[in-house]
Design a protein around this ligand. Structure first.
Ligand SMILES: [Zn+2]
Length: 454
């Protein structure tokens, strides 16, 4: 059943082309890659690649309740599926489905980036750019995200005949496609993954896992408890009802009634003034407190600025500082931009600036330090476009100043407030620079360290 495609004596009729072939291994790799692309498009078809009488790759036709997921796991590995989130988004006339890798799954090379348009693999600048911008806010340095995304679009809106191999396409409206892809990925990545795993229906918290965990959740986020109800309850004998949200000026999200709904667990200690340690049903959670809080403040500033302007809070006593002529000039020319950013900085004397108001979210930071770094950044840009073009960099700088500093001693209540805010904040699994904000160390990992149960 099916077709067998046999390639031999390629370029027999045009021997000149043969000179351009590379080594057998290289050419074979190209062939496998070509078949891989087809395999990802058609999970219902089985593929087998033979080379010199040897079976190189084989993917059986995928059945079961999610053949697409099965084929992705077969071709790209279980890791790809475990470390990615589902995408299903309708943006205008474009539907985008598939999977987008979480930032942690990013690689040094762009070798797991697949786009399909109406079932055919394509390489396209618009699509690649849309994906890159969707990851901009959560990816560290030059890391390459992984994804397999399938676009469905009215064939009349895309020209597939722009390249002899049909690997390139031209969209009638590139913008709508760019937007659809970008939003599809952004939405899929935005939800904090600690929160997602806590959904009661998906993850029974204190019940032993009945079946294997859902394959589309990140392994670190499986909160299906391996320990029983009694065990878990015994861990927290004196649970307090309602830790007050004390951390800086950011109000905590509404707290659930019982802590079993807390994916990031209950704070137990602070380590070296840098890390917060917490205990959840899986074991130990380690949080980089500055990085995590920085993201919370950043997201808050972003949403305030989306609204119109950042809410500012006047200082009871203006903070004055000796300023350079450049700083004074920037404060004057950029007064309107500064206002939008929730800052009021006015000349006090020809050589002195006064900070009169700061964003409410950053009220506990050092106003002078904040003013200086924002002025320095504004000086590099054209004042009229800075809020549009450099908005996120600016807010990121401000968030760094407003976030809790290393070596600041936190109370347990403050630590718990931080954990709850993380669970409620979009993109909180990565800091503003794309580094992770928290890690799970499971009891199994710990048992391994102590050779327990061997
Ligand atoms: Zn920082």
């Amino acid at each position: 059943v099916g077709s067998t495609l046999e390639v031999r004596e390629l370029f027999y009729a045009t021997p000149a082309r043969r000179k351009f072939l590379k080594t057998d291994a290289t050419e074979l790799a190209h062939c496998v890659e070509a078949v891989r692309r087809h395999a990802l498009a058609r999970p219902d078809v089985g593929f087998a690649i033979w080379h010199d009488g040897r079976l190189v790759e084989q993917w059986r036709s995928a059945a079961g309740n999610d053949p697409d997921l099965q084929r992705l796991a077969d071709v790209l590995g279980d890791e790809f599926v475990a470390q990615s989130v589902g995408v299903d988004h309708q943006g205008g006339p474009v539907r985008v489905r598939g999977r987008a890798g979480i930032p942690d799954a990013a690689r040094s090379r762009p070798d797991q980036q697949f786009f399909y348009v109406n079932g055919r693999f394509v390489r396209d600048k618009v699509l690649a750019h849309a994906a890159r911008s969707a990851y901009e806010d959560v990816l560290h340095g030059h890391r390459q995200p992984v994804y397999a995304l399938y676009l469905e679009i009215d064939p009349a809106r895309v020209d597939v005949n722009v390249h002899p191999t049909k690997i390139e396409v031209r969209f009638r409206d590139g913008r709508e496609v760019h937007q659809a892809v970008r939003h599809a990925i952004e939405n899929a990545l935005a939800a904090p993954r600690a929160g997602e795993a806590a959904a009661p229906a998906a993850m029974p918290f204190f019940k032993p896992a009945a079946s294997s965990p859902a394959p589309w959740t990140q392994p670190a986020m499986h909160f299906a408890a391996e320990r029983g109800v009694g065990d878990a309850a015994a861990m927290w004998p004196g649970r307090r009802a309602d830790p007050a949200p004390l951390l800086l000026s950011v109000p905590a999200a509404s707290l659930p009634a019982n802590d079993s709904a807390w994916p990031l667990g209950r704070a137990i200690a602070q380590l070296q003034g840098i890390y917060v340690l917490a205990e959840n049903s899986q074991g130990l959670v380690i949080v980089d407190m500055h990085a995590a809080h920085e993201r919370i403040v950043y997201e808050r500033l972003k949403s305030q600025l989306d609204g119109a302007a950042i809410t500012s809070q006047p200082l009871l006593i203006p903070a004055t500082f000796a300023a350079s002529p450049q700083e004074v000039a920037t404060a004057e020319t950029c007064a309107a931009v500064l206002n939008t950013l929730g800052l009021e900085i006015t000349p006090f004397s020809p050589r002195t600036l006064a900070v009169r108001a700061v964003p409410g979210t950053l009220a506990e930071g050092d106003p002078v330090e904040l003013a200086r770094s924002v002025l320095a950044e504004l000086a590099q840009h054209d004042a009229s476009t800075v809020v549009q073009r450099a908005q996120n960099e600016l807010l990121s700088t401000m968030a760094c100043h407003g976030a809790v500093r290393a070596n600041r001693r936190l109370t347990l209540d403050e630590m718990n407030a931080l954990l709850r805010q993380m669970e409620a904040t979009e993109r909180s699994d990565q800091c503003n620079h794309g580094r992770p904000t928290w890690r799970q160390v499971s009891i199994r990992d710990l048992d391994g360290l102590f050779l327990r149960g061997r």
